[in-house]
Design a binder for this molecule. Sequence first.
Ligand SMILES: [Zn+2]
Ligand SMILES: [Zn+2]
Length: 247
Amino acid sequence: MSKQNAISIPKGTHHWHKLLNMLLPPHCVLCGMSSGAISICEPCWQDLPWAGPQCLQCGLPLPTGRNQVCGQCQQAPPPFHRTVSPLEYAFPADQLVRALKFHRQLAEGRVLSHLLCACISAGGFTLPDTLIPVPLHRIRMLKRGFNQACEISNHISKALGIPHIATGLRRTRNTSAQSGLSRKQRRSNVRGAFYWHGNRLPGQHVALIDDVMTTGTTVSECTRVLKKAGARRVDVWVPTRAVPAHQ
Ligand SMILES: [Zn+2]
Ligand SMILES: [Zn+2]
């Protein structure tokens, strides 16, 4: 399997899971049974809503086949190069995301980070030079006390040994929630909402990290900003991918 063409969830993730579990215990965040170091037991891990065949570029499901790009990405390619999103944003993965985001449940954050690492390690993806989390606006950051994307990025940085720049990408305004907006409204909602405040990224391959990707408008806007800052290639790494109802 070539490094460029591996987006499906490889069986190797389960070996990775076993290896991590040899390290020892707390409890599974989903069923409460004793589990290994990553806080999810093997049956719950296997029952997660693992994504099937996906578009290499945007991560949306494809009816059949692997290593393909969907029609929409062929017609109007998004600015980012590749999406890695091992789970669908569906029960119980959505619970893990909400527990991390709204209740700062760090064990759930570790599970999401580990499964992203497992997917990346087993899939042989080209590793980026830098990880950059999608930022929260500072008002929301003050209210919430932490940025869930940064939490995930920090874990992955340590696990894969890739530097992460937590504060380079910033939000200029507190955009209204994206849920419930049309694609067009989402696009105008995030336009100009980010800027880069850091050293330039000449020729760098960057992975943008977030907790969930929905229409991709936020990561598209972030990608444009990072490319203006010099990045050569931007990938999107998210543990979960929401699939629009019409898909
Ligand atoms: Zn369990
Ligand atoms: Zn696509």
